[in-house]
Design a protein around this ligand. Structure first.
Ligand SMILES: [Fe+2]
Length: 336
């Protein structure tokens, strides 16, 4: 049973608050693997031939886990697990992946479109279909040294969600002591910090306001890798303050004119400080372009590995990882 692979231990990080209850999961079964392969793709539910091509390619990739990066169903998300849009634009495409591989788990994060109807419906999806993992809008999974933190950036994109935004930021702030045990830290969100300029049909100019403040305060410079969607492209958006920023938002369409596909992270549990990433390009004739064929994946593994060496210094720092004043300034921005 998939659920049994996730040894749940709830950490109540807020001793003085009734909520939020932080959700931290350990999935140590993957630590037995030679190589762990995690895949990432967002901006899915278009009900398009493109979406099917990407879904089929994911099925061939044999990922241990596939993280969906939000905007799961266009244009307004779903009203309930029985919403016809859910079956038509999501389930029909991705349930076959779960049927094909009984060990596969697909963790979800939500995007801005998923907040238009009822975002809590995705919790019911997770209960009905155990392969789709969505215990909360934000959560952490520790694969035995590789830690994935999934967050909902729409709380900062839609500025009226002040309560949710503050609660999530508080949870993440408190999580820092747990994250110090992680060899590699990956943040998974819907919105990227940058990503502007790739989509000529959209006016996305990068994160701004509270969203920019949140990403700059909590993600950039604090995680080794940040994987996001929202922009309908597959790109390596560079490195900023020790954080490699990847955008994988071409699950339902591609609006860059470039190649589509998804992000693949490769992690070896016996060599836990090292992680490799690649952009797996899929063309419309469903040929797979693997960047490792040109040795670039190996080069990038080395690159990220050396970056990880720099991140180790965080473990030895005495001062708070996220200075409390940054949290207070973020809350002030949310209130204003
Ligand atoms: Fe989006």
């Amino acid at each position: 049973m998939r659920t049994l692979t996730l040894l749940f231990f709830s950490i109540f990080l807020f001793q003085n608050c009734s909520k939020p209850k932080a959700t931290v999961f350990e999935d140590k079964r993957l630590a037995q693997e030679e190589v762990v392969k995690l895949c990432f793709i967002g901006d899915l539910g278009k009900d398009s031939p493109h979406q099917q091509i990407m879904a089929d390619a994911l099925g061939r990739e044999e990922c241990h886990r596939i993280f969906f990066l939000g905007d799961l169903v266009y244009p307004k998300g779903i009203s309930s697990v029985d919403d016809p849009e859910f079956e038509k634009k999501f389930l029909d495409y991705y349930k076959p992946l779960l049927d094909q591989d009984p060990d596969l788990i697909i963790p979800l994060v939500l995007g801005n479109h998923d907040h238009k109807k009822d975002p809590s419906a995705w919790k019911d999806v997770s209960k009905r279909y155990e392969g789709f993992f969505f215990p909360n809008y934000y959560y952490m999974i520790d694969y035995g040294g590789l830690c994935l933190v999934a967050l909902d950036t729409s709380f900062y994109y839609y500025t009226e969600k002040v309560l949710e935004a503050t609660e999530q930021a508080s949870w993440l702030f408190q999580l820092q002591s747990r994250l110090k045990d992680c060899e590699v830290k990956v943040a998974v969100t819907h919105h990227p910090l940058k990503g502007n300029g790739y989509d000529k049909t959209d006016d996305w100019e990068g994160a701004s306001g509270p969203l920019k403040a949140f990403l700059e305060t909590y993600i950039i410079g604090k995680f080794d890798i940040h994987v996001a969607g929202h922009v309908h492209v597959l790109v390596d958006d560079g490195r900023d303050e020790k954080t490699r920023m990847l955008i994988s938002g071409a699950g339902g369409e591609n609006r860059s004119g470039g190649r589509s596909g998804f992000v693949v992270l490769r992690w070896e549990p016996h060599n836990p400080k090292r992680i490799g990433y690649s952009l797996r390009y899929i063309d419309t004739e469903v040929n797979v372009f693997d960047e490792s064929q040109s040795e670039s994946e190996y080069a990038r593994q080395e690159q990220v590995s050396s970056e990880q060496e720099e991140h180790i210094i965080y473990k030895d720092r005495v001062e708070p990882w996220w200075p409390a004043k940054l949290f207070r300034s973020l809350v002030d921005k949310l209130k204003n």
